[in-house]
Write a protein that binds this ligand. Structure first.
Ligand code: XIL
Length: 331
């Protein structure tokens, strides 16, 4: 049977994207991406370690490849990510005496200056080409407290305020997102709501909440997903599903030598149920991005432990899986 394109099936509802590495911008996977997806996100090429490994030394080889691939094929681009506690070089948090920064006003000023320079350089470089930026990533803990990252310890909430303000000045048309994991969990969901409400009240230019949506074949429930979307809708901000994938495991320790076929059927049912929710809230959601292209390459093959996983819509042979057919039957 002929394989329909996600980008066309969901065209009336939201953009459908895939996260890609530089290698996936060429070869068979690039062909699949061009056929299926209307948007790409670099998995690593725009992270701080990749773009500014040493102070003021910017390296854009990898991210330019992905940006050129997308723009020459008419795809949108989500920028990921400007400020994060991971994949950020240690020099960023090292003071002028070569010591790890302690929370002093001087270090705060230095850290915010470095952050502002980094954000300005990336966002201006791709101004007009990037539809949405994940400005800050994973700033809230599972229990709803603010993550005590080095960013927060040294600069408090000012790092978030400054990041959005600087990004907005560098590209006023880009949608600026605050991105986080597990936003269906009530504590983090409610904390995100409160944080964004406060930021908006202060006039901080937050346009969008990005929900990573790394799920598994039984969690979250469609009702929990719906509840988080409904809650964020009250803020009046755009919502984007930024990193969707679905592990066949429901814990951090099991592993199968190969994935039992029954689990792929269960996965198809869960994908269908969650997509039904996303479609119901299509007016709130402008894009849905998968964290990868096909099961031959997924970050879940090393995280949380090395194991065979199958979280995406296309198999290791790049062919559509039951989950693909289940969601294209949806609209
Ligand atoms: C992951 C990438 O997929 C890996 O290739 C990399 O080694 C580590 O980061 N949440 C995020 C993403 O916001 O940036 C992470 O991406 C996955 C979890």
């Amino acid at each position: 049977r002929s394989v329909p394109a996600l980008r066309e099936i969901f065209a009336g509802s939201f953009d459908v994207g895939a996260a890609i590495s530089t290698q996936q911008a060429t070869g068979p996977e690039a062909d699949l991406v061009k056929r299926q997806f209307g948007s790409v996100t670099p998995t690593a090429a725009m992270k701080w370690t990749a773009t500014e490994p040493r102070p003021g030394e910017f390296t854009f080889g990898d991210s330019d490849k992905i940006v050129n691939f997308a723009t020459s094929n008419g795809m949108k681009i989500r920028g990921h990510t400007l400020v994060w506690h991971n994949q950020t070089p240690d020099w960023v948090f090292t003071d002028d005496n070569g010591q790890p920064m302690t929370p002093t006003p001087q270090n705060k000023a230095l850290l915010l200056a470095r952050m502002s320079d980094h954000i300005r350089t990336l966002v201006e470089r791709y101004r007009g080409k990037i539809t949405a930026w994940d400005v800050v990533n994973e700033v809230i803990n599972d229990d709803g407290t603010l993550r005590q990252s080095r960013w927060y310890q040294i600069a408090g909430l000012d790092y978030i305020r400054t990041a959005f303000t600087v990004a907005h000045a560098a590209d006023p048309a880009a949608k600026l997102c605050i991105n986080d994991v597990n936003l269906t969990g009530p504590s983090r969901r409610d904390a995100m709501y409160d944080l964004v409400a406060d930021l908006l009240a202060e006039g901080v230019p937050v346009d969008c909440i990005g929900s990573q949506t790394h799920v598994n074949i039984s969690v979250p429930s469609p009702a929990a997903l719906a509840a988080s979307i409904e809650k964020f809708a009250k803020l009046g901000v755009d919502q984007q599903i930024t990193e969707m994938d679905m592990s066949v495991y429901t814990d951090n320790t099991s592993s199968y030598p190969t994935v039992p076929p029954g689990l792929l059927a269960q996965q198809a049912a869960q994908y269908k149920a969650l997509f039904a929710v996303l479609l119901r809230y299509r007016d709130q959601i402008s894009s849905v991005t998968f964290w990868g292209v096909a099961d031959n390459q997924t970050w879940l093959s090393t995280y949380p432990i090395p194991r065979v996983d199958a979280p995406l819509l296309f198999g290791t042979d790049l062919a559509p899986k039951p989950a693909f057919w289940a969601i294209v039957a949806n609209p």
